[in-house]
Write a new protein. Structure first.
Ligand SMILES: *Cc1c(COP(=O)(O)O)cnc(C)c1O
Length: 454
């Protein structure tokens, strides 16, 4: 299937030793001092997953202010897919920043923006004529996808799914399923957002993807009327929702329904895109060619950039001046994206993602034998999660997920939880994660299961 030749085996990347090494407890004294300053300076609403301050990163590790070296299994939430401070990204950023840092593309344009759009039009699914527009954050891309779909269709309703996540701005909060922490006390939300069932194989029992899609479609037809719907927005693999991979047929059936009814089908690939899943875009696993696709996170190696890419007729239907923003497609962020994309194309990024999967899945399956709290193991490529339940039941075990997370953090592995019930443990390693660190992270997780078992 895959070869091992492309997989990172380096023990030093960018001069940083690829090792897990704790020299203080977590957080150490330097981080504790910074945490105290944070409490006095930063809004309490901005939470922290792992309370240690980072000063350097490369390959698969983060170095903190106390000199601890942590294995990074989160990539800043699927952002540093090409590795933190990837040399090609850094070189592009440095050169661009020294030339000029900003003009505002809407005032006086520059080539980098056009190059990123050309790359997006080439790499996203489908060989049809496409156009792109660039923004700063994923939420902003989703907002613009909705704006464009409404302008094109002359319709208002937006359909989203259970467990979906689309961001934290007002429109995208409304599109996001989970209340805490994203929506609680922040309403009222934007109107004309409707939520339909998602295929969630672990919880759906015998119901297949097409069957669940038919329920969703029936709901749209009966409760909204297909002719009122501007867009259906779905993540091909749900991110914050807990790496739910809809059963085969679901995503395709929703896309086919949309396309048969003049509805713009938007794949939100902000988390699943850019080689994260072993494919440039996760829509490809279902052979779906979305009308529009939103991207961000992995696109630019850590610089803030987001995009909407879609059918030329849809994207060009907006009046001149209708899309934009002061910083959207900032030249430094565009240079980072071009470095990141060039790295992915030159380094068999998708093969690396598949290899990460081939290392992690057997390890997790082994753990499941001794720890039946692992109800489900799922995901694709370097986007893998486990869902934790009370053994022998389907009851979510968020406490266990939190305990495992804490153990991993205290033992030098940066891990993330997810899921509507907080009971999903998710892994998003960078594609330059050296094999020995990936194996070691799995061993720490195994220890965590032992240490937290009742
Ligand atoms: C992270 C994410 C967003 C929001 O992106 P931000 O850059 O945080 O605004 C939207 N959709 C999906 C699928 C995401 O994972």
């Amino acid at each position: 299937m895959t070869t091992t030749s492309d997989f990172a085996t380096e023990h030093t990347i960018n001069g940083v030793e690829q090792v897990r090494r704790l020299v203080t407890e977590i957080p150490g004294p330097q981080s504790q001092g910074l945490l105290a300053r944070k409490a006095n300076a930063v809004s309490a609403g901005v939470g922290i997953g792992l309370p240690t301050f980072i000063t350097k990163a490369a390959g698969g590790v983060l170095i903190d202010a106390d000199g601890n070296s942590l294995i990074d299994m989160g990539s800043g939430i699927a952002v540093t897919t090409v590795g933190n401070a990837n040399p090609e990204v850094v070189a592009g950023v440095q050169e661009q920043a020294a030339n000029f840092t900003h003009t505002c593309f809407m005032v006086t344009p520059y080539e980098g923006y056009v190059q990123v759009c050309e790359a997006l039009n080439r790499l996203t699914p489908g060989s049809h004529d496409k156009r792109s527009a660039l923004f700063n954050s994923g939420a902003e891309a989703v907002e613009n996808a909705v704006k464009i779909a409404r302008a094109f269709t002359g319709r208002q309703a937006v359909v989203v799914v259970e467990h979906g996540y689309h961001g934290r701005t007002n429109l995208t909060m409304g599109m996001t399923a989970k209340n805490m922490p994203y929506k609680q006390s922040f309403g009222p939300f934007a109107p004309e957002i409707y939520r339909v069932p998602i295929s969630y194989p672990f919880h759906d029992g015998p119901h297949g993807g097409t069957e669940v899609a038919n329920w969703a479609i029936s709901k749209i037809e009966k409760e909204l009327g297909a002719t009122n719907v501007a867009a259906i927005v779905i993540e091909p693999i749900l991110g914050e929702g807990g790496f739910i991979v809809p059963a085969p047929g679901y995503f395709k059936a929703m896309a086919d329904f949309a396309q048969a009814n003049g509805i713009v089908f938007v794949a939100d690939e902000i988390q699943s895109g850019f080689c994260r899943t072993g494919s440039w875009f996760a829509s490809e696993f279902e052979g779906v060619v979305p009308d529009m696709i939103t991207t961000a996170k992995g696109i630019a190696g850590g610089m803030p950039l987001a995009a909407v890419t879609g059918r030329a007729d849809i994207m060009d239907s907006v009046h001149v001046g209708g899309l934009g923003g002061t910083y959207g497609g900032n030249p430094v962020a565009c240079a980072a994206a071009l470095g990141s994309i060039a790295w992915m194309e030159a380094n068999n990024a998708n093969e690396r993602a598949k290899e990460i999967e081939s290392i992690m899945l057997p390890r997790l399956k082994d753990m499941q034998i001794n720890h039946p709290t692992i109800g489900d193991i799922r995901g694709r490529g370097a986007m893998i999660a486990i869902e934790l339940v009370k053994p022998g039941t389907m009851e979510p075990d968020a406490d266990r997920a939190a305990a495992l997370n804490k153990y991993c953090h205290q033992h030098g592995v940066v891990t993330l939880t997810a899921g509507t019930y907080g009971n999903v443990f998710r892994f998003l390693p960078s594609l330059v994660m050296p094999r020995h660190l990936l194996e070691e992270a799995m061993s720490v997780l195994e220890e965590a299961f032992e240490a937290t078992s009742a």
